[in-house]
Ligand binder design. Structure first.
Ligand SMILES: [Zn+2]
Length: 85
């Protein structure tokens, strides 16, 4: 069970690992008005503001979204990816 790509995928599917890897992004997102902000069209979104101010790198944000994208539709607490020993 040591497939690098798979391991990385599993890592990125774990919310806490995501927050660790993207600590800077998470820090910005913590300032959003809504705790469940999806950082798209929500008012008071700190991420969109940071992107606009170039405090947050758009490419890095893109990486974060790609990593977080699989955990769509608000299932943030879940860690139901299979095969983790
Ligand atoms: Zn937001």
């Amino acid at each position: 069970m040591d497939v690098p790509g798979l391991r990385e995928l599993q890592l990125w599917n774990a919310p806490e690992a995501l927050d660790h890897t993207f600590a800077d992004v998470a820090a910005v997102a913590a300032d959003c008005r809504f705790g469940d902000c999806r950082h798209q069209t929500e008012p008071g979104c700190a991420v969109r503001q940071a992107l606009g101010d170039r405090r947050l790198d758009a490419a890095r944000w893109g990486s974060f979204q790609a990593a977080a994208g699989d955990r769509s539709s608000g299932a943030l607490g879940g860690s139901e990816f299979p095969g983790r020993a």
